[in-house]
Design a protein. Structure first.
Length: 148
């Protein structure tokens, strides 16, 4: 695996299931507590439902399901990371937001993760044996739009 330099960029670490992921801080509009979501029967499994955000009704996406994990009940740690995408905003449900961190470099992801990750950080502070995968929002959200 090659090493990619990324001087001074800050990332938001968060968990989905037992995996740790990161997004560049400039890809995050805001982080909010879980809001009431109106479910829609027979909808796409990645879409948890709809909610009012910034005066508009938007689809709320379960990042767990989008990444191929089973959905679960929300907890007091559940958060929504709101990301800008194609002129609007997409709320992504995550299990927990951990911290804002800076990394100078990261590795290319393993072959099986390259379709949705830009890179991987090792040893992210709170757990020596974890790695944080940097998500590629264009690929993840693009696949959601194409599958709808």
């Amino acid at each position: 695996m090659g090493i990619i330099m990324d001087e001074g960029m800050q990332y938001i670490n968060f968990s989905v299931g037992d995996q740790i992921f990161a997004l560049r801080i400039d890809e995050v509009h805001e982080i909010i507590r879980m809001v009431q979501v109106t479910t829609v029967p027979f909808g796409s499994p990645e879409i948890r439902g709809f909610a009012s955000l910034y005066g508009k009704v938007v689809s709320v996406v379960s990042l767990r399901v989008l990444l191929g994990m089973p959905d679960q009940e929300d907890t007091s740690s559940t958060r929504i990371i709101v990301v800008p995408y194609k002129g609007g905003f997409v709320p992504l449900i995550v299990d927990m937001v951990d911290s804002v961190v800076s990394y100078d470099r990261f590795e290319e992801p393993a072959e099986e993760h390259r379709r949705f990750m830009l890179g991987v950080f090792d040893k992210i502070g709170f757990c020596e044996d974890h790695r944080a995968g940097i998500l590629n929002l264009d690929v993840l959200l693009g696949s959601l739009i194409r599958s709808s």
